[in-house]
Design a protein around this ligand. Structure first.
Ligand SMILES: NC(=O)c1ccc[n+]([C@@H]2O[C@H](COP(=O)([O-])OP(=O)(O)OC[C@H]3O[C@@H](n4cnc5c(N)ncnc54)[C@H](O)[C@@H]3O)[C@@H](O)[C@H]2O)c1
Length: 378
């Protein structure tokens, strides 16, 4: 082989190394509780540098950076200051409370920054639509933080539906909750949480089944919400005085394709579970045991009910142990999509339907009647 050919080859190797050496510049907006999981996972990535953080509470971002040993990260008092002063940012994690999901996400997208936005998508459908408009205009990647998507059991539910074992799906009962499990902090006030159990754990349980069946469009919702536990000092102590969101939500939802979704979610109730998730198909049914703390996981071995050669048969689906951290996978898949021009692992085009149902439940509950879901053109 001639020297000319060999040196060409060397050149290629050097250039390839240069590209892989580039660190992805990350900023964190909101340095509260969930930001810690983001920080742990970003620090597990070899190609990431956390260059900035912002929190409304003076000193909070600085304290968090110190706690995680992140030296040199610049700290700011809000998302605007951070984004205006950090032109090198590639991506941000939006870890703010729910009522502050839309504003920082839109601002980041408008500045050409990819966004990993914590769940729930937003508080209202209108906010979700505004975010999607900004996303479309920016061409950036926006992924919503549903880490249960990476759980092997969740993926098995989708595989079972897609395999055709259940036949055509016509009815789903889903939801979950806790006998007593009302959070405190920023989750329970309208000004910060915006929505209660619906947004905290309801969005997960909706995602489990809607993702499995390919996220059909919701058409109508008859919804109900209440706050009998959250607002009662007997069950919620001193927090009852500032509790202004829902602690229970239920709904009857019609989805495109004639599918009925029967849904309920609770932070507190006088029973341990409002029932397992059950997916009814024309050829089979799947029972997914609920957990006593709806954290986006499957509560036990699933059962597939079907007829085999005319015999009513029940097949147990063993639980799958997930490989590695779900949070690391949520972060890595977002980074890969953002840096390689890929599609979002949990796209807004799906989660808009999740948000539309939550929004529909609130509107229907307020009006005391069924509402039609109208999602504007984006
Ligand atoms: N994926 C999960 O497993 C998971 C778990 C818990 C919470 N969450 C979600 O994460 C979000 C945050 O929850 P949390 O428990 O960390 O809340 P938190 O109240 O502990 O933290 C939110 C922080 O955001 C800051 N903030 C608000 N607006 C800001 C802005 N514009 N600029 C800078 N900082 C701002 C607040 O000062 C606060 O410190 C919520 O939406 C919640 O639903 C997700």
């Amino acid at each position: 082989m001639s020297d000319a050919v060999l040196s060409q080859f060397k050149q290629e190797v050097v250039e390839e190394k240069k590209v892989s050496d580039k660190k992805i510049k990350v900023g964190i907006i909101g340095t509260g509780w969930i930001a810690e999981s983001h920080l742990y996972s970003y620090l597990n990535q070899p190609d990431v540098e956390i260059i900035a953080a912002a929190d409304l509470i003076p000193g909070k971002a600085e304290k968090k950076m110190k706690q995680f040993g992140i030296e040199g990260a610049r700290c700011y008092l809000n998302h605007k200051d951070m984004i205006d002063n950090e032109p090198d940012l590639d991506v941000v994690s939006v870890c703010t409370y729910n009522t502050q999901h839309a504003e920082p996400t839109i601002y980041a997208l408008e500045h050409g920054i990819h966004v990993l936005l914590e769940k729930p998508f937003t508080v209202t459908l209108d906010e979700a639509v505004e975010i999607m408009k900004a996303e479309k205009k920016s061409g950036c990647v926006l992924s919503i933080g549903f880490q249960p998507r990476f759980d092997g059991n969740m993926q098995m539910i989708k595989k079972i539906v897609e395999s055709g074992e259940l036949g055509e799906i016509y009815y789903i009962q889903t939801g979950g909750g806790r006998r007593r499990g009302i959070p405190g902090s920023t989750f329970i006030e309208k000004s910060t949480g915006g929505i209660g159990a619906l947004g905290d754990i309801g969005c997960y349980s909706l995602d489990m089944v809607l993702n499995a069946i390919g996220y059909p469009k919701p058409l109508t919702v008859s919804g109900y919400t209440s706050a009998f536990f959250g607002q009662n000092p007997k069950y919620n102590g001193a927090d009852a005085a500032r509790f202004t969101v829902d602690d229970f939500g239920a709904a009857f939802v019609r989805l495109e394709g004639g599918i009925i979704l029967d849904f309920r979610i609770a932070w507190a109730m006088h029973v341990d579970t409002p029932g397992d998730t059950i997916i009814f198909g024309k050829e089979g049914a799947l029972r997914i045991p609920s957990t006593d703390c709806w954290n986006g996981s499957v509560g036990g071995e699933m059962t597939l009910y079907h007829d085999i050669c005319g015999k009513q048969t029940e097949t147990k689906i063993p639980l799958v142990r997930s490989e590695g951290s779900l949070f690391d996978q949520k972060i890595r898949s977002f980074l890969d999509a953002a840096m390689n021009g890929g599609t979002a692992p949990v796209p807004s085009s799906q989660i808009i339907y999740n948000q539309a149902i939550i929004d529909g439940i609130n509107k229907s509950s307020e009006l005391g009647r069924e509402v039609e879901i109208k999602i504007p053109e984006i």
